[in-house]
Design a protein around this ligand. Structure first.
Ligand code: FAD
Length: 287
């Protein structure tokens, strides 16, 4: 059909993959298998999360360094400012730069219980990083509005501040309705935000986790999605993975047709679904 025809002619698709540091031997193997499988698709970069307040920044750093040396692909650590002083952040940034890290995903991190006003927001962190070195900086964006924001316009202006502070790319929170992203793109353009807006694609592998996570992050899970998983609670994981792939592929097809060329995948350290979606987008393994 027309959608598939236009997909086969796509040019200039850029993808990035997000991973998290593993915390068991088995998860370690899953991660590196996924990195090796996805690296030949030549993503623009691979990013590695850091759980704010977890105190495990070193693990993020280790994974990032290994990705870069093992694959030659640019790797970007996520860095949060909620749990570090300005001096600590400067030292971390200098260390990253000295280790050949050129891209950072700059975040505030969730507020710990009991804190209602942080010392720094992500826009402050972007400024601090830019003062240390000329990093390429990505930030977070929320098509369905960040839960702490007083309203959607305030949140949009916050994104604009992050862009003005020097971010060149904004990765969105995941979403399930392509329209949600497209409307947000329009609103961002109308607000004069001219950095790359990259949809964060979450290929669903675990419906229950997803519903819990969506509730915490202000992401709407549409009725059709609930209905799609209805009756599969005790079904084999394969069925659920196939559904997850199909849902994400539909979203990505619509976005590609609407001119989106950059996609960020929340891989959750698994490669199968992201690989299949990238293949559908026309990406092929390169030597
Ligand atoms: P900010 O941009 O600082 O915004 C946070 C909130 O504060 C928003 O509601 C904003 O509207 C509001 N705000 C901004 N400025 C002001 C101001 N001056 N006064 C009052 N309110 C203000 N978390 C992790 O811990 N580790 C990760 O690795 C990680 N990776 C992520 C990757 C992506 C792509 C995304 C979308 C999120 C990620 N997060 C991660 C989650 C993120 O840390 C949380 O959503 C956090 O609560 C907000 O971070 P932010 O960078 O968007 O904050």
């Amino acid at each position: 059909d027309a959608l598939n025809n236009s997909l086969s002619q796509l040019k200039g698709i850029n993808v990035s993959f997000e991973f998290f540091p593993p915390n068991s031997e088995q998860m370690e193997q899953t991660l590196w298998k996924s990195v090796e499988r996805l690296a030949p698709l030549k993503p623009s970069y691979m990013s590695v999360t850091y759980g704010a307040n977890s105190g495990e920044r070193d693990r993020t750093h280790e994974v990032v360094k290994r990705i870069q040396t093992q694959t030659g692909i640019s790797a970007a650590p996520h860095l949060t400012c909620i749990d570090a002083s300005r001096d600590e952040l400067k030292a971390i940034a200098q260390d990253y730069w000295a280790n050949g890290i050129r891209k950072i995903v700059a975040l505030r991190g969730d507020l710990p219980k009991g804190m209602d006003k942080p010392d720094m927001y992500a826009s402050d962190l972007v400024g601090l990083l830019k003062d240390v070195a000329d990093f390429d900086i990505a930030v977070a964006a929320y098509p369905e509005v960040h839960p702490d924001a007083p309203n959607s316009q305030f949140d949009l202006l916050n994104l604009k501040r992050k862009a003005e502070a020097g971010a060149t790319q904004a990765i969105t929170q995941f979403f399930f309705d392509a329209e949600v992203f497209l409307r947000f793109r329009d609103r961002a353009a109308a607000a004069g935000i001219d950095i790359d807006l990259v949809p964060g694609i979450l290929p669903v592998t675990n419906y229950k986790t997803l519903v819990r996570f969506a509730g915490m992050t202000n992401v709407n899970v549409p009725d059709w999605l609930h209905k799609m998983y209805d009756g599969l609670e005790d079904d084999d994981q394969t069925t659920r993975n196939l559904l997850g792939a199909s849902i994400a592929m539909d979203t990505v097809k619509i976005l590609a047709k609407e001119g989106v060329r950059d996609f960020h995948f929340y891989t959750l350290n698994r490669c199968e679904l992201s690989y299949a979606i990238c293949h559908m987008l026309g990406l092929r393994t390169q030597a």
